[in-house]
Unconditional design. Structure first.
Length: 135
């Protein structure tokens, strides 16, 4: 967003993905001169070796003290930024005070649906019993 295009721009999607995986970051023309803090931050966040990335292993303090964020009132950020919608707790979790667990949602999503109940008044349990053969 700061540069007007992706830093890994390719001729097509496949080339762009290849650039993400294998090319070094190339900032547009004079970006490093005009926005040195931003280019430094992005360079540290895009390190290929995860152990060298800024903020590796949950060390967010290194990100917070980066010069790009100078003047950021981190403690106030949580006070003024609120999500647009906070869903109510699920009925089964409301009693114990827990929130929504996304893992439970996906487990339920991937379970096979229950078979439909048999119709009342049906003389046969076979679904094909309503049809007759024409052979």
């Amino acid at each position: 967003m700061a540069f007007g295009r992706t830093l890994f721009k390719g001729k097509n999607c496949k080339e762009t993905f290849r650039n993400v995986l294998h090319r070094e970051v190339e900032f547009p023309c004079d970006t490093q001169r005009r926005m040195p803090e931003l280019t430094d931050l992005i360079s540290w966040l895009l390190q290929r070796d995860p152990a060298r990335r800024l903020g590796y292993a949950g060390d967010t303090d290194k990100i917070r003290v980066h010069p790009f964020f100078a003047g950021m009132a981190w403690d106030m950020l949580a006070d003024v930024t609120h999500p647009p919608y906070i869903p109510p707790p699920a009925e089964d979790n409301a009693a114990d005070g827990e929130g929504f667990d996304v893992r439970d949602y996906f487990k339920k999503l991937h379970q096979s649906p229950a078979p439909p109940p048999p119709e009342s008044g049906s003389s046969s349990s076979s679904p094909s019993s309503d049809f007759s053969s024409v052979f």
